[in-house]
Design a protein around this ligand. Structure first.
Ligand code: AHM
Ligand code: MG
Length: 344
């Protein structure tokens, strides 16, 4: 029988919420547990979840409606935009604008800051639909988001410094994975929690409480097509993974590759190449969010020289090499850098 003391309102925060709890209720409980919470971040997380449900609807219709394929334009980084990339960007911007908790957005799909309500405290960095090359072929894709508190005073225009904050300053981060089921995974710096979309209810429900990334694993994820463009240390590392009989898994959607490795134990690598000396992935809205989640679940994220979260960004669309996942596996991979670096 339940201890009646636990039912007392004062003790509400001590009750661990069971699997199946809705995201709304979970967010509310976390808000109640924090003495400084104003409810604004909670509302922002709900706005993101709502946008995720809308994108999910669009993604599942892809192929039926005229929303797959190229949009015929390029984003600021010169990459072909897919129609769904653009749809997702519009849906998120609209949801965050209507939600009224966001002062600015920086998005993979937009060159400049999108200014929203200057009276709000939160800045959102977002990749609305990551894994674009997989959209048309029914392979998992995702949304990645980071939330920061602005530095400049509320009420005034958002400044570059509000957006160009180190990953350590994130107040929350997460991703939505549109896979065999749709999941929202997020952290506010107190563990990582995963929610699965129950399609008939249209609700995200708690399915993975306190997610932990195993320290070790067997999976390495890297685009080996770039093998001859990698530095020698990466090629040697990949050769050694094969000699050890490790498992190669690479979906080409960062969210999906990261999620699998966090569940099963693995390492994700996107190193610099001859063509892309800073790698491909974007610090603000790809690397930082997953680095925060990785660390919160016991994993590691580094650019090979320093913690991803400690890199000071200098541009909105800045790129970074990324080594991410199970702690021992990331450590082991980057130990090759030291071994192969040329001592002058
Ligand atoms: P995108 O944001 O344009 O979709 O690009 C990012 C994606 C990541 O999801 C994925 O890990 C990586 O690019 C794959 O790149 P590549 O095809 O070079 O291996
Ligand atoms: Mg992306």
């Amino acid at each position: 029988m339940l201890n009646p003391l636990l039912l007392h309102p004062m003790n509400k925060s001590k009750l661990a919420l069971p699997i199946g709890t809705t995201l709304d209720r979970f967010i509310k409980q976390k808000e109640d547990e924090s003495s400084s919470a104003t409810g604004e971040l909670s509302q922002l997380l709900r706005d993101i979840a709502l946008a995720g449900k809308i994108i999910n609807k669009e993604v599942t219709k892809s192929g039926l409606l005229d929303i797959s394929g190229g949009y015929g334009s390029k984003n600021v980084q010169g990459e072909d935009q897919q129609k769904l990339d653009v749809v997702a960007d519009i849906r998120f911007t609209r949801a965050l604008k209507n939600g009224g908790m966001t002062c600015a957005i920086v998005s993979e799909e937009e060159d400049e800051i999108i200014h929203l309500n200057p009276n709000c405290r939160y800045v959102v960095a977002i990749d609305p639909l990551d894994g674009s090359s997989n959209i048309d072929v029914n392979v998992s894709i995702g949304t990645i988001f980071s939330i920061y508190k602005r530095i400049s005073p509320v009420g005034g225009p958002v400044q570059e410094e509000d957006v160009l904050q180190k990953g350590t300053e994130q107040v929350a981060a997460g991703y939505i994975l549109y896979g065999s089921s749709t999941m929202l995974v997020y952290t506010t710096g107190r563990g990582v929690h995963g929610f699965t979309l129950e399609p008939s209810l249209g609700e995200f429900v708690l399915s993975h409480n306190e997610m932990n990334c195993p320290e070790d694993g067997k999976i390495y994820s890297i685009n080996e097509g770039n093998y001859y463009a990698f530095d020698e240390w990466v090629r040697t590392y990949v050769d050694d993974c094969k000699k050890k009989g490790m498992t190669a898994r690479y979906i080409g959607s960062l969210v999906a590759d990261f999620h699998r490795n966090m569940m099963k134990g693995g390492v994700y690598l996107y190193p610099s190449t001859q063509k892309a000396p800073n790698g491909k992935l974007r610090l603000l809205y790809e690397c930082n969010a997953l680095a925060f989640i990785a660390e919160q679940s016991g994993g590691i994220a580094t650019d090979g020289k320093q913690r991803i979260l400690e890199i000071q960004p200098t541009a909105f669309h800045q790129r970074s090499p990324l080594y991410l996942g199970s702690a021992n596996m990331v450590e082991q991979a980057i130990s090759y850098i030291r071994e192969y670096s040329i001592v002058e």
